[in-house]
Design a protein around this ligand. Structure first.
Ligand SMILES: O=c1ccn([C@@H]2O[C@H](COP(=O)(O)O)[C@@H](O)[C@H]2O)c(=O)[nH]1
Length: 239
């Protein structure tokens, strides 16, 4: 896979018109992430638009609920024929298992490929300090991430969302084909904003990430095409 194909750009915009404008502005992007803001405002319309342009889709709705509800949501999401889908690992073992079965059922209902189902280990906007003092988790952050990833692996998920800082550890411990999808990626020239656990695109790929999720450094740049080009060029140095 070409290294550029490992960049997923986050379409975090308020409506479908802004999304189309961005997709048109960046024809070189092959993999787009549709998240909570765009899906809540505009529903599934954007998925059809992206598919009609032969784009791959990461539907990042981060389901977090009781097993029955998570399973229903995963069945419904899988019917769209998206490539990647997220749930929160903290929904627990039963929810993860129900979700893995549900995506198969949902995809079969519409005759599409099931999405790769990946679990969010710990949001990249949470620091080690917040994990301990706000969330009251009595584990060191790397240990907590590892426990969430192993639970996801044991319950049949295809991978996890983690920060690039945790990739090296998970790459060593999880099975080889377990997907490690990393937001919290920041080129040296970009603003961290609310991200707390971060590395540069080149460092994240070198550590073993399968995919990088990058939003604002590209989409909020004065010249998004130039930002994409700079990131692509950075990645060719490590590909
Ligand atoms: O732990 C997580 C899980 C998901 N995200 C999502 O990734 C993008 C990152 O956008 P940036 O603008 O590059 O910060 C965004 O859509 C998040 O919802 C995450 O950041 N961390």
């Amino acid at each position: 896979m070409n290294v550029e194909e490992r960049i997923i750009v986050a379409l975090d915009v308020p409506d479908v018109e802004s999304a189309i404008a961005l997709v048109d502005q960046l024809p070189q992007v092959g993999f787009w992430k549709v998240g909570l803001e765009l899906f809540t405002s505009s529903g599934s319309k954007i998925l059809e638009i992206l598919k009609s342009r032969q784009k791959r889709i990461f539907l990042d709705l981060k389901f977090h609920d009781i097993p029955n509800t998570v399973a229903g949501a995963c069945r419904a999401a899988a019917r769209y024929g998206v490539d990647l889908l997220t749930i929160h690992a903290t929904g627990g073992r039963d929810a993860l298992k129900a979700a893995t079965e549900a995506v198969q059922v949902g995809a079969a209902q519409t005759g599409v490929e099931p999405p790769k189902l990946i679990a969010v280990t710990l949001l990249t906007s949470i620091s080690a300090r917040q994990l301990a003092f706000d969330l009251k988790i009595p584990l060191e952050l790397p240990e907590y991430i590892l426990e969430m990833a192993l639970m996801a692996q044991e319950t049949g998920l295809d991978g996890v969302v983690c920060s690039p800082l945790e990739v090296a550890q998970l790459r060593q411990t999880c099975r080889d084909d377990f997907l490690l999808v990393c937001p919290g990626v920041r080129p040296t020239w970009a603003n961290m904003a609310d991200q707390k656990r971060s590395l540069t695109p080149a460092q994240a790929i070198q550590a073993g990430a399968n995919y990088l999720v990058i939003g604002r450094p590209i989409t909020a740049a004065a010249e998004p095409e130039l930002a994409w080009k700079r990131i692509s060029e950075e990645l060719t140095t490590v590909a």
